[in-house]
Design a protein around this ligand. Structure first.
Ligand code: MSP
Length: 503
C-alpha cells in the first residue's frame, strides 16, 4: 500500500465560493477517491487562507473583524464542499493555533539557516494578488492579473534570500522532470528561474492581520509565506514529527496557473531553506471561463455561478461529472449551461443512465429479475480489460477527462453490444442470459471505475444490481476483473438515474 497526499489551494475568505473554486476541489476529490479504490493510504487536504491585507480590507468594507468574515466564509466553503460530496481528510484554516505554531517553527528554521534578513523595500504592490510587481511586469501600468492599479509601497521588511536558490531549484527540476506538470508550465517556471531570482519581502509592519514573526513580533508574515506552509501543517509539521515523516513530501499540489510561481518557485525554495524536501509535483490547471472571462469574485456578476446553483439544477453527480470531464486539465475551458446540458444528455442520460435502465428492465422481463452470470469469453471482457488499463493510466497522470472518456468506452460498447443482440426481442433462454450476464458484469465494472466522479449514482446503480457494499468500497485491481461477480442476484428496476433534459 502506498501513501498518497494531495492538496488544493486554500481559498481566500474575502468572498463566497464559486465554481472556479469547485473545479480544482472536485478534481482533487475524484483523484483521491481513485487512490482510495487502489487501496492507498490517502491524505486529501483543502482549506481557507484567512490572513493578509485582501481579507482584512474585505472585512473592513463589511464592518466586520477579519476573523468574523473568515469564520463566515470558511463555513461557506465547507458547506459548498459538503454539497458536492467532497470527502477531504482535513480542512485547514490558517488562523488555527496549530498553523501558527507550524509557520513560526518553519520560519524560525529558515531564519536560523541565515536565509531571512532585514532590508528596505520599495515596490509596486497589488493587494488582490498580495504580491509585488516590477514596472516590467505591469500591463499598461496595471496589475497583469487583475488589471487594477498597484500601489507604491516602501517598508523596512524581512527578506527571504530567494536569490540563493536559483541553482538549487534548477538542479531540482533537472532531477525531477515531472515536478511541474503540464510541460508548458514547467517551461514557464524554468524560464522564470533562469531570468534570475530576486530576494522577496516576507513581512509587513503596516498592519497586523497575520502570523507574527517569532523573532520580531512587530512584523506579521506576508500572507503567501503563511499560506504555503498549510501543506506541511496539515501533514503534522508543527507538532507530530512521525506523522510528518509519513506524509511529506506531498504527491500533488493541484493549483491554478495564476499561482504556479508561488508553488513552483517560492515554495520549494522555502522548503529547501528549512531543510525539507520540495513537493513531488505541482500540477497546474487552467481557468474556467464564462463568456471568455475568468470566473471570479471581483468579476462581472454573471460570471459568479456557485456550486449550489448547479447542484440545485443538475444534481451533485452531473455537476461533478461536468467539471471533471469537460475541460482537460491544463488548458482554459469555457463553462456554459448549454455545454453542461449537452454533456448531461449525451453521457449521463443517454449512455450511463440508459444502460442501467435497459439492463435492469430486460433482466426483469426476460430473467424473472434474477441477474445471470457473465460468460468467460465475452467480447466485452476484452473491452473491459482495455478500459480498466486506460482509466487507470489516466487517473494516474491526473487526467480525469481522459479517465472518464476511457470509462465511457465501456458504457458505449456495452450499449452497442445490447443493440447488436437485442435481448429484449429474443425468447428467454441461454443466449439471452449470456448477453445480459455480460452486460451486468460490464456495468458492475463501470460503477467502480466511475465512482470517483459519480459517487451517488454509481452507488445507486450498484444497489439495483443487487451487489453488496458500495462501488467506492471495492479494491482495485481484483474488483474490476471480469467474472469477479457471479450471477443469481435479484436486480431492481428504478427511476431513471439521469432523466433526459429537454433542450
Ligand atoms: N489563497 C490563495 C492560494 C493559496 S495556496 C497556498 C488563492 N486563493 S483564491 O481563492 O484566489 O484562488 C484559489 C484557487 O482557485 C487558485 O488556484 C485559482 O486558480 C482557482 N480559481 C479561481 N478562479 C478560477 C477559475 N475561474 N477557474 C479555475 N480556477 C480558478 O489564490
Amino acid at each position: 500500500m502506498s501513501r498518497f497526499y494531495i492538496t488544493t489551494p486554500i481559498y481566500y475568505v474575502n468572498d463566497a465560493p464559486h465554481i472556479g473554486h469547485a473545479y480544482p476541489t472536485v478534481i482533487a476529490d475524484a483523484v483521491s477517491r481513485w487512490h482510495r479504490l487502489l487501496g492507498d493510504d490517502v491524505l486529501f487536504v483543502t482549506g481557507t487562507d484567512e490572513y493578509g491585507l485582501k481579507n482584512q480590507q474585505a472585512a473592513e468594507a463589511q464592518g466586520l473583524h477579519p476573523k468574523e468574515l473568515a469564520d463566515r466564509n470558511s463555513t461557506r466553503f465547507r458547506a459548498a464542499w459538503d454539497l458536492l460530496d467532497i470527502v477531504y481528510d482535513d480542512f485547514i484554516r490558517t488562523t488555527e493555533e496549530r498553523h501558527t505554531r507550524s509557520v513560526q517553527k518553519f520560519l524560525q528554521a529558515i531564519y536560523d539557516n541565515g536565509d531571512i534578513e532585514l532590508g528596505t523595500y520599495e515596490g509596486l504592490y497589488c493587494v488582490a494578488c498580495e504580491a509585488y510587481y516590477t514596472e516590467g511586469d505591469l500591463d499598461d501600468g496595471l496589475c497583469p492579473i487583475h488589471h487594477r492599479p498597484v500601489e507604491l509601497v516602501k517598508q523596512e521588511n524581512w527578506f527571504f534570500r530567494l536569490s540563493r536558490y536559483e541553482q538549487r531549484l534548477l538542479d531540482h527540476y533537472a532531477a525531477h522532470p515531472d515536478a511541474v506538470i503540464p510541460a508548458t508550465r514547467r517551461n514557464e517556471v524554468l524560464g522564470f528561474i533562469r531570468q534570475g531570482l530576486q530576494d522577496i519581502s516576507i513581512s509587513r509592519s503596516s498592519f497586523d492581520w497575520g502570523v507574527p514573526l517569532p523573532w520580531d513580533p512587530t512584523h506579521v508574515t506576508w500572507v503567501w509565506f503563511d499560506a504555503l506552509p498549510n501543506y506541511i501543517t496539515a501533514a503534522g509539521y508543527g507538532d507530530d514529527p512521525e506523522r510528518f515523516a509519513h506524509w511529506w513530501p506531498a504527491d500533488y499540489h493541484l493549483v491554478g496557473k495564476d499561482i504556479i510561481r508561488f508553488h513552483a518557485v517560492y515554495w520549494p525554495a522555502m522548503l529547501l531553506a528549512a531543510g525539507l524536501e520540495p513537493p513531488r509535483s505541482v500540477a497546474a490547471h487552467g481557468w474556467l471561463l464564462v463568456g471568455g472571462e475568468k470566473i471570479s469574485k471581483s468579476g462581472a456578476k454573471f460570471t459568479q455561478i456557485t456550486p449550489a446553483d448547479l447542484v440545485a439544477e443538475y444534481g451533485v453527480d452531473a455537476t461533478r461529472y461536468h467539471l471533471l470531464r469537460e475541460v482537460p486539465l491544463g488548458g482554459d475551458g469555457e463553462f456554459s449551461y448549454e455545454g453542461l446540458e449537452a454533456r448531461y444528455n449525451a453521457d449521463l442520460a443517454n449512455n450511463f443512465g440508459n444502460l442501467v435502465s435497459r439492463v435492469t428492465t430486460v433482466v426483469g422481463t426476460k430473467c424473472d429479475g434474477i441477474g445471470p452470470a457473465p460468460s468467460a469469453d465475452s467480447s466485452l471482457k476484452d473491452v473491459a480489460a482495455d478500459v480498466v488499463r486506460a482509466t487507470t493510466d489516466a487517473w494516474g497522470r491526473l487526467a480525469p477527462s481522459d479517465a472518464l472518456e476511457a470509462t465511457w468506452q465501456l458504457i458505449r460498447q456495452t450499449n452497442a453490444y445490447l443493440e447488436a443482440h437485442e435481448p429484449w426481442k429474443a425468447e428467454p433462454g441461454a443466449e439471452v442470459d449470456a448477453v445480459l450476464g455480460d452486460a451486468l458484469e460490464a456495468l458492475r465494472i463501470v460503477c467502480i471505475l466511475a465512482s470517483p466522479a459519480l459517487p451517488r449514482s454509481t452507488a445507486e446503480a450498484w444497489r439495483r444490481l443487487g451487489l453488496e457494499g458500495t462501488p467506492a468500497g471495492q479494491r482495485l485491481p481484483a474488483a474490476v476483473e471480469w467474472g469477479n461477480s457471479s450471477g443469481g442476484r435479484p436486480i431492481e428496476k428504478g427511476e431513471p438515474l439521469f432523466p433526459r433534459r429537454k433542450g
